[in-house]
Structure formats: C-alpha cells, structure tokens
Write a protein that binds this ligand. Structure first.
Ligand SMILES: NC(=O)c1ccc[n+]([C@@H]2O[C@H](COP(=O)([O-])OP(=O)(O)OC[C@H]3O[C@@H](n4cnc5c(N)ncnc54)[C@H](OP(=O)(O)O)[C@@H]3O)[C@@H](O)[C@H]2O)c1
Length: 337
C-alpha cells in the first residue's frame, strides 16, 4: 500500500525489530464474559490497520481474538500487501497454563488458531498461576518461564517476555532464567507513568510495552474515572502546538519515553489518528508536564488475586469491597511495581 505510514522500530535483545506501536485487540468484558468480535469486525479492522501501516498486533489467549487476527494477517499476505516477516505478533500465555510442559502445547494451539507458524513475542500474561477452576496454583513463575524458554527453543516464538510483573519479579527472571526477557508489557498512562520500572527495564535492555495508554482520557467499563480527559487544558495546549489531537499527544508521550504504546480501537478514523504520531516529537518539558499527572492509578487491578504469592501489585486492606478497576492507591511509597 503506497499510502501506508512507515512506523519506526525498536531493536529487541534477540536482534529482531519491534514496530513502535501495537494495535490492542482486547474487546473488553461484558455481562456474558469476554466480548467477542461479531461478523468478523475485528478481522476487518486488522486488515484495514495493515493497509494504513500497523505492523504490530497485541493479543492474548484470554482475549479470544487470536483467530481473527491470524485470519486478517493471512489474508493480507495472500493479497500481497505484506509478508509474514513484516508483521509482528504479540500474544500471551494465560494463567491456567503455567505448568512448564503446558506452555509449548498451548502456544502450538494458539498457532493453530491463528494459522501461523510462529509468533514474534510470547508474554507470560501474569506471574500468577491458576488451576483450571481458577483456584490458586502453586506453580512458581520460574517453572513457567522454563516452559516459555522451551517454546522459544522450539521456534514457536521468536522472543519471550512478561506482563504485569513488578521489578523484583522481573529481576528474578533475569537472574534465574537462561533466556533474558525481550520485553515487558505493563499499564502505562499519565496516571501511572511507571518511571522506575521503565528505567530498570531499559537498563537491562528490555523493551517496554504500555497497555491502556489512554488511562482516564477514555471511558472504561462504561464509566468515566477521575483524571485528565481529552479536553484537559494542558494536553490541549500541547496538542494545538503540534496540530495533533490529545490522543496523539498521549501516544507520542509514550513513544518519546521509549515505550511501545498498545492503543485499542475498532474505529477506522481513530485507527488512522492513533498511528499518525511519527512526524512530531515532544520537548522534554512537555513530557515532564504529562508525567505530573502520575497518581499511581491502575485500571487493571485484580485485587481478588492479592493473596496469591506472586501477586505483583500493591495490596489493599479490603479487597472484596474494592472494585477490579480504577482505584487511587494512597500508599505510593510502598508501591514499587
Ligand atoms: N497485558 C495486560 O494485562 C493488558 C491489560 C489491558 C490491556 N492490554 C492491551 O492493551 C490494549 C489497550 O488497552 P485498553 O483497551 O485497556 O485501553 P486503551 O487503548 O487505552 O483505550 C481503549 C478505548 O479508547 C478508545 N479510543 C481509542 N483510540 C481513541 C482515540 N484516538 N480517541 C478517543 N478514544 C479512543 C477506544 O474506543 P474505540 O474502540 O471505539 O475507538 C476504547 O474505548 C488492549 O486491547 C490489550 O491489547 C493488555
């Protein structure tokens, strides 16, 4: 496609290149569980995304979107628009598959579902292992990591990494594993800037992917949460200066912090808007201004797992009364995640 935007790439520690923005494909959670794509809507979005320049797609076993992403990629390869090499697929191992021997098997299952021979990055979705019935399993995430390493050695994935690990957990993987993680995916937006974890990962040559990049700027779970919105005067002023939208400024803020943002949209206009961020650059003082919104708010905050030995986040006093979502954690000083 001649009108496709060229997306820069970051080098991973396995020598492969990761496109600097990924399209998120988690469709959310509704009354009947995980929301599924209807009438191949997501497949069509991914095909359109490839046409306009997206080369990186983020999915997970638990999102139930792997199949349509695989189908879209295969159709675009068949059309001659891209080659498999041009596309970067990130997917994730679910918590109920943490036993070492399960890991290559479920990744093979994922590859069958996607109709692909390999993925580019396989992430351990959480350090938390669960049994089939969602009771806590006692599988050590280092056992799971050995399974991730097996999967890479078998050629099922080009690289492996982790998601929702805190700094100590990441350190343990680095120290005790045989293959160093290539990437870590964590929640990053103006209300949770993750400066320490980003710096630690950078010092170890590990690329950081930032999920839920819009934070409070968009509705979550059908609700508005406190925090900056699209019409925030500080963000609007920066956006006006570059003739961009607030959403584009927030994504560029991530890129300028060497974070690969993972914005999700199924809207064709916003698909274009979100990738059109590589022709400007924020000044350091603008980055600093956005960093000031940090109040350590997470929207992915599964406190119902907080008694698990490998729960990665700050704990709250009364988890059952705490919603899964969007809480401000006051004890910032002991919240190194
Ligand atoms: N590793 C993990 O545990 C984890 C956890 C959460 C998410 N993720 C990944 O990160 C991806 C993104 O996270 P997310 O979906 O939570 O949050 P997000 O990308 O920050 O927000 C998505 C929401 O923003 C809207 N939106 C997108 N672009 C917009 C724009 N330019 N202007 C205004 N609204 C816009 C979308 O609506 P429309 O679709 O209608 O545009 C959608 O409602 C997920 O899809 C998933 O791939 C990973």
């Amino acid at each position: 496609m001649t009108d496709a935007l060229e997306v820069p790439k970051l080098k991973l520690n396995n020598g492969k290149m990761m496109p600097a923005i990924a399209l998120g494909t988690y469709l959310g959670f509704g009354q009947n569980g995980t929301i599924k794509s209807q009438n191949k809507k997501l497949r069509n979005v991914v095909m359109r995304a490839i046409d306009i320049g997206y080369r990186h797609f983020d999915t997970a076993f638990i999102y139930e979107t792997e199949e349509e992403i695989g189908e879209a990629i295969r159709m675009k390869i068949d059309e001659g628009v891209v080659k498999r090499d041009d596309i970067f697929v990130t997917t994730k191992l679910w918590n109920t598959h943490h036993k070492r021997e399960q890991v290559p098997l479920v990744l093979k299952q994922t590859l069958d579902i996607m109709g692909l021979n390999y993925v580019d990055l396989y992430l351990m979705h959480w350090p938390i292992g669960l049994n089939e019935d969602y009771t806590f399993s006692n599988v050590d995430f280092m056992e799971t990591w050995r399974g991730m390493e097996d999967a890479q050695r078998l050629g099922l994935t080009k690289a492996i990494g982790v998601s929702n690990f805190n700094a100590e957990q990441l350190k343990r993987v680095i120290e005790e594993g045989s293959i160093k993680p290539a990437a870590i995916q964590i929640e990053i937006h103006p209300q949770i800037t993750q400066a320490d974890l980003i710096e630690y990962a950078r010092s170890e040559g590990i690329v950081v992917m930032g999920y839920s990049p819009f934070g409070s700027l968009v509705m979550r779970f059908g609700m508005q949460f406190p925090g900056p919105k699209m019409d925030d005067p500080v963000l609007v002023e920066i956006a006006r200066k570059y003739n961009k939208t607030t959403a584009q400024v927030i994504l560029r803020w991530q890129v300028d912090r060497n974070v690969v943002p993972v914005p999700k949209t199924v809207n064709y206009e916003r698909l274009k808007e979100n990738i059109d961020i590589f022709d400007f650059k924020l000044e350091q003082q603008e980055i600093d201004k956005i960093n000031q919104y940090d109040s350590h708010v997470r929207y992915t905050f599964p406190t119902f797992w907080q008694t698990h030995p490998y729960y990665p986040f700050e704990k709250v006093d009364n988890p059952l009364s705490d919603p899964f979502i969007g809480r401000k954690v006051n004890s910032f000083s002991n919240t190194k995640s």
